[in-house]
Design a protein around this ligand. Sequence first.
Ligand code: RIB
Ligand code: CA
Length: 311
Amino acid sequence: MAAQPLIIDCDPGVDDAIALFLALASTEDLDVLGITTVAGNVPLPLTQYNARRIVHLAGRTDVPVFAGCPRPMLCPPVTAEHVHGTTGLDGAILPEPTAPLQAQHAVAFLINQLTQASTPITLATLGPLTNLAVALVQCPDIAQGINRVVMMGGAMGLGNVTPSAEFNLYADPHAARVVVEAGLDLTMVGLEVTHQVVTTPERLAALAAIDTPVGRVATDLLRHYGQLDADRYGLAGSPLHDPCVIAYLLQPDLFTGRPIHLAIETDSPLCLGRTVVNPYPNADQPANATGLETAAADGIYQLLTERLAKL
Ligand code: RIB
Ligand code: CA
């Protein structure tokens, strides 16, 4: 089967980096047309720089990297250096990028690609949804060029940045609402799923055994990442949020899900950015997304380890 055309929107970010390695290694399955970056885990100058370092280390400087929106649509920026470090990729040493940042704005790239697509393009969103939302507001017709959106974000229950909201959607709740209400084929990879996929010492050891520059960087990044979540939630390791999106694109059978009605809270100060999920869609609240529910963690790490060894 032909590799599916894909654009990855991200805020690297440690787990974004692992997701990018997985996607860039999967050349037979994924045709990565470009990587668009957004302010999120760390400010935009760092997310774009980190994305360029990642494509260089992966030997995939053929994939262009674009800088997008430097702040959310309305809310003040929030970041997550306490999770990813001040560089956004603390814990590992990555080489300097060789490919330049693309001059074109990420939003313009999304609009150009999606309005000219002969084959609808899949979008993997791993950060705040500002770029996609601004593209949809500027040019609603891009919806025809979108095959589907697979979004790391949200939660059926408790959030991780507030009791109500997960980071990506909390960071730009208005952007999240624009995307959710755009009538797209949307799959939500929320915290209940990603918290089933944790980097245990055994899984880390398997990645370390790859013993290549990418394997060493991935191992070093994951060794220093996510202990806060592991401790807070009593998990056996740090949750691997963003790579679940790419694993779902590669092997959807590793996951299960159900039709849901999804809405985003944009008014309540206490619940700003909350994904209000109705798992029983009905005439009043019809299904507008697929909410993933389970993940086969062993299969995901096996896929990740196999693919990263290819880089
Ligand atoms: O809540 C986890 C999400 O927020 C992940 O995408 C992580 O990289 C941060 O962007
Ligand atoms: Ca991310």
